[in-house]
Design a protein around this ligand. Sequence first.
Ligand SMILES: [Zn+2]
Length: 209
Amino acid sequence: MIHEIFPVGPLQCNCSVIGDEHTREAMVIDPGDEIEDVMAVVQRHGLTVKQIVITHAHIDHIGGASKLKRLTGAPVLLNQNDNALLKMLDVQAAWIGMGAPEKVAIDASLEAGAKVCAGGLVADVLHTPGHTEGSICLYFAPEQKLIAGDTLFAGSIGRTDLPGGSYKKIMQSLHGPVLALPDETVVVPGHGPLTTIGQERETNPFLVG
Ligand SMILES: [Zn+2]
């Protein structure tokens, strides 16, 4: 598995490029901004982008999706419960002092239990509402890797005070599908350093006790 993780945009969203080293097919997760850098990583590895996956419709995660789609022809995938947030990208841009971004059209909704593939790599979609209604995590079971979006961070969890947020729901998501994963699972949060499920189960102040 090729996996490059790099922060993009003013809020330093962790963008992932994940590729199958045999077929050179790839998915890009959360191309929030700096699409030139995303394309440079794609080209350096000789990859073809087959899927653009958005963990949730906050602008720092989705802002560059239209540009990346134009450059690659790949479909943009997002859980439909974030459609309301998707319609207010201009409002979100104003929150963080950015110019209004390009509109993003979603090609398909990612539902709980769906699978997303790039070559031989397969990720299970976990619907994990709470940070937003349509937040998802992607779990690569053979590689024991979780792309967590803004649901889980090293030592913290996603904020729930923005529109569509719910503390009750994020706790249900975390104590449900997320903490059901094996301790060894490497977690790639939407911002900041990597962690593991075991580390967070033991030490995350929002999850212990
Ligand atoms: Zn977010």
